[in-house]
Write a protein that binds this ligand. Structure first.
Ligand code: ATP
Ligand code: MN
Length: 478
């Protein structure tokens, strides 16, 4: 089934055995005595070196071997004399599958800016940096499924098109087949969605949670892992218009169980990457250190592997929102009026507040709980005081909120009251409300933005660089 991957070839003992290589040229170097080709097939950050004699092949063929061209090489695996690799391939046959005109091919062997690479997202997976990111991203996704499978969770596929506008998690993208130029109208002149494909307004989902709860109230432990859409016009380094969210939902879990799961889950998947992505993380660590050189000392981050190990090895700090506000009120930046946004009980913490708590005060991940009900979603379980809800946000250094979750309100009357309070038509969510009438149960869950996790693990700075083809305002080219 295809040639052996370069990753595996590099592990073989060189005994002059015949091998086939297929991949893309990273560099070609010609000396008096030999031609050296560094080939990469994306299976590993490392290239394999292939060597030919100076006059072994026609000059016209060798000229086609340039950075970015694609080759098939037959040869033998031998011990390498050169520094930097233990094995190399002595070429016997060389075929050029595809050339890459050096005058036009945009990826040359030098450092390209991330901004430039975003403009050539169709080619950037061929760079060392994006190869490493995409392999780490894969490993994390695999670890997510493995984790839940081992813990008895079922993978539930919640819909991507949804007609419930009750999630309230953000602005939605409309899904319609109506003619945009002349949509059908009712007597009042409003667009008549009864004539639309679903016979009602429909959107792309902002969260699979509500349907996830339906699954948890039958299968006990489920998780979703799928694309999620938010039409917020937020041009930040932490928001995408299309991202992947992981949402476990568990019957019979209270807030403390939910926190324990969230902490164990992120530690386990990060631990998986540390164990299985050593070469890529080493590369990304060096890359980050390079980037940091241009930053002032106090803005430099810990070496990547150290940062990840620290998170895996240390308990997260847990405190209530109210306690967090007290810390912020006593903080130096507050007293010196250095925060841009005011601090006080009831505010929605802004990222400067979150970062102060995580990066300055505790210097580790923090789980904040029991937020004021006004700033959280309607489905969160009300605390006894009637003022706060059983919410929990996990905050990470450099990222801010990585997980948002809660214990859900399982009491029908209280949930209905909250639904009305925030102006949702109960008719719209009748099916959600009905779960609280038929065998309701205490239950909890959370949402982890997958790209925020990948951002943290790779040490990258912009969320647009940890998804293959990012979607953000004014950009959906690739
Ligand atoms: P934020 O306040 O950071 O915008 P949120 O509170 O709107 O996030 P939730 O609705 O709680 O986010 O979503 C759960 C998780 O999904 C967040 O903790 C975050 O990891 C991720 N997330 C939310 N919005 C985005 C986005 N636009 N792009 C990427 N990830 C996101
Ligand atoms: Mn949130």
């Amino acid at each position: 089934m295809g040639p052996l991957q370069i990753k595996d070839l590099l592990q073989q003992a060189p005994e002059g055995q015949a091998v086939t290589l297929k991949g893309w040229v990273r560099t070609k170097r010609e000396s008096k005595n030999a031609i050296f080709i560094a080939l990469n097939d994306g299976s590993t950050i490392h290239n394999i070196q292939a060597v030919a004699g100076p006059e072994q092949f026609a000059e016209t063929l060798i000229q086609q071997v340039t950075t970015g061209s694609c080759l098939r090489i037959e040869g033998t695996l031998i011990a390498s004399m050169g520094a930097g690799q233990s094995v190399e391939v002595q070429i016997s046959e060389l075929e050029v599958y595809g050339t890459a005109d050096p005058e036009k091919y945009p990826l040359q062997p030098k450092r390209h800016s991330l901004e430039f690479l975003r403009e050539i997202a169709h080619l950037r997976p061929r760079t060392n940096t994006f190869g490493a990111i995409l392999r780490v991203r894969h490993a994390l996704a695999f670890a997510v499924h493995q984790y839940f499978n081992e813990k008895g969770f079922f993978y539930l596929h919640t819909p991507i098109i949804t007609a419930s506008d009750a999630e309230g998690a953000g602005e939605m993208f409309r899904v319609t087949t109506l003619d945009m130029d002349k949509p059908p109208r009712d007597e009042q002149g409003a667009i008549n969605y009864k004539e639309d494909f679903f016979g009602r307004e429909a959107n792309l989902t902002v969260s699979g949670q509500l349907e996830g709860e339906l699954g948890a109230l039958a299968l006990s432990k489920i998780y979703t892992f799928g694309p999620t859409f938010r039409a917020e016009n937020s041009n930040t380094t932490r928001h995408l218009a299309e991202f992947w969210m992981i949402e476990p939902e568990m019957a019979f879990f209270e807030l403390a169980d939910n926190m324990d799961l969230a902490e164990d889950f992120v530690k386990t998947v990060i631990g998986y990457a540390l164990e299985h992505c050593k070469d890529d993380l080493d590369f990304l660590q060096k890359r980050q250190a390079e980037e940091d050189k241009s930053k002032p000392q106090n803005e430099r981050s810990l070496p990547l592997l150290e940062k990840l190990s620290f998170v895996v090895d240390n308990p997260f700090e847990r405190l209530t929102y109210t306690e967090a506000i007290e810390i912020l009120l006593k903080s130096k930046p507050h007293k010196e009026k250095k925060f841009q946004y005011p601090v006080g009980w009831g505010i929605d913490l802004s990222s400067e507040h979150e970062r102060y708590l995580v990066e300055k005060h505790f210097k580790k991940p923090v789980i904040l709980t029991n937020y004021p009900k006004e700033i959280k979603s309607f489905y969160m379980k009300l605390d006894e005081d009637g003022k706060t809800v059983r919410a929990m946000d996990v905050l990470f250094p450099g990222i801010g909120e990585i997980i948002g979750g809660s214990q859900r309100e399982e009491n029908y009357d209280k949930l209905l009251e909250r639904v009305k309070e925030i102006g949702i038509d109960p008719e719209n969510v009748w099916w959600y409300l009905e779960t609280r009438q038929f065998g309701t149960a205490p239950h909890s869950g959370f949402g982890l933005g997958f790209e925020r996790l990948v951002l943290f693990v790779t040490g990258m700075a912009n969320i647009r660089d940890v998804i293959p083809f990012p979607r953000f305002p004014k950009s959906a080219e690739f």
